[in-house]
Design a protein around this ligand. Sequence first.
Ligand SMILES: NC(=O)c1ccc[n+]([C@@H]2O[C@H](COP(=O)([O-])OP(=O)(O)OC[C@H]3O[C@@H](n4cnc5c(N)ncnc54)[C@H](O)[C@@H]3O)[C@@H](O)[C@H]2O)c1
Ligand SMILES: N[C@@H](CCO)C(=O)O
Ligand code: NA
Length: 434
Amino acid sequence: MTKPLRIGVAGLGTVGVGVVKILAARREFLAAAAGRSIDIVAVSARNKAKARGIDIGSARWEDDALKLATADDIDVVVELIGGAEGVARALVETALANGKHVVTANKALIAHHGIALAKLAENKGVALNYEAAVAGGIPIIKALREGLAANEIESVTGILNGTCNYILTEMETTGRDFADVLKDAQALGYAEADPSFDVGGIDAAHKLAILASLAFGREVDFGSVNIEGIEKITAADIKFAKEFGYKIKLLAIATKSDGGVEQRVHPALVAEGSPLAAVSGVFNAVAVRGDRVGLLVLEGRGAGEGPTASAVLSDLVDIARGLVMPPFIVPTSHLKAPAKAAEGGPESAYYLRFNAVDRAGSMAEITRALANASVSIERIVQRGDEGDTGRKPVVFVTHKTQESSMRQALAHLLKLVDVAGTPLVIRIEDGESR
Ligand SMILES: NC(=O)c1ccc[n+]([C@@H]2O[C@H](COP(=O)([O-])OP(=O)(O)OC[C@H]3O[C@@H](n4cnc5c(N)ncnc54)[C@H](O)[C@@H]3O)[C@@H](O)[C@H]2O)c1
Ligand SMILES: N[C@@H](CCO)C(=O)O
Ligand code: NA
């Protein structure tokens, strides 16, 4: 057998602990699969004394993670700290500059600096692998890089944040409130250090920008993603959606058009019975449409110790086998510059919810405001308690309409005295039916 692949692990939190556990449990099999053993020679984390339930054996402890990037006895730096800047970025840059392979689960880092880091890796002939960064245990990077390489990709639609999907599913099935369920997701190790990245849609946008780059052969363009989170979704919305035959999901959608790429992350109503509506709890899914393969849907756990560490290990086994591929499928010199497609996307139906005064004539005014913007209504429901505000929730489902018409309708609604606050507007998507 060739000499061992020597790794340094920075970060021993949810993911780092999972990596140490798999390496211990599957040591012999992985060595046989890779043709060499994978040995942890050093680790680093913030708190040496913390009980983690793992045995790091003879691995040395480094208080300063950056030492892993310069140590002579390390071939691969495994970055599991997190964050687009700070120690994580410095560690990865220094490791690559020193000719060490890097494996990371850090989507924020790859979304912001992936191309610059890939250039560094290419110059040094080393790997920059990040399977764990997108959709946890689903091998979507491998699928795009290897299994789907023959295809021109037309669109990628995903449920890419485990925390949000877990929250929306729990709210639906148990009726518990948002804040309560978010605490659970944190305790289970799903959420980011700052959970507003999850619920605000930023984490899903990081992942989408990476997938869009791989799918469409353009440089990562996180800045162009239109992002909306799930913070405004209430248990009542989930109930109304169910009544109409839909589930609410945080979708991440990247579509190729003549002018470039449209990237958006937002909650959407997806029809029950469609592949994406069936994805529940911490599960993620990625639906890819390729010109030759057609629709392909991959589903699996998107967060948590085991699934994420599983992806990190697959990257390590690739390196141990001697596979060093361009981080973005093609060399960075072949990637096209980012190009943002005209906004608006395809026509879609919408769900609209707001509170309105329940008096004679108010509904007529509201429907007129929508009609004046060419938005036609499929369903109206007015129900619920007036409470002490004198206003009742009103929910509309529209027929398919242009986004510009919907914006115009909203502007009209906001001028009506009977409408309170800003209406919640959610797109209705088809959930990637075949
Ligand atoms: N938890 C998941 O389900 C999941 C899934 C996919 C990707 N990720 C990504 O994996 C990375 C790690 O996530 P996590 O959930 O394991 O985080 P975590 O907060 O559980 O662990 C982070 C670890 O990094 C260490 N750390 C922080 N600052 C450090 C420093 N300056 N030097 C050395 N160590 C330092 C901490 O001590 C801790 O051990 C992040 O990039 C995250 O986005 C997490
Ligand atoms: N916070 C992320 C972790 C996996 O990337 C999520 O909930 O999906
Ligand atoms: Na993955």
